[in-house]
Design a binder for this molecule. Sequence first.
Ligand code: HEC
Length: 125
Amino acid sequence: MKILSIAMLGMLSLSQPLPSFADNANGKNIYVQRCAVCHGADIKGSGPLANKSTPPTPDLTSAAFKKRLHDYPGVIVSSVILRPNGDLIPKTLRENGVKMAPFAWKVNDFRDLNQYMTSVIAKGR
Ligand code: HEC
């Protein structure tokens, strides 16, 4: 009986769909904590600060951004590391009284965030 239930458990877990990257808890958590205030939970640029900067926060699920991500797969990570928009993000946070705790990024954090965002964007919601 015990062996049978273990075998059934095994079958059960095999029949479960593999977790998609959208279930990536660390990536989602970082996104929610550090990006969603502008980019929105849906990554469409719907966060409360989305329209508080010039330019405003873009919709990263748009066809244009999907093409950019396809042509330049490092764009999400580099937008965090290189801060290509200079002081725009810290300035927008500051002007709106949003404090974001400093964060010691590790390699897996970049990987997880990238996987999470890429999979939400790919779903095209
Ligand atoms: C204060 C608001 C704000 C926060 C917080 C913010 N962004 Fe953005 N983001 C913007 C704005 C505004 C732009 C468009 C301006 C630009 O690209 O220079 C942008 C652009 C981007 C782009 C497109 C870059 C490109 O070159 O096409 C990516 C990717 C991105 N952000 C990722 C992130 C990630 C990841 C986080 C969290 C770690 C984040 N952003 C946090 C406002 C924000």
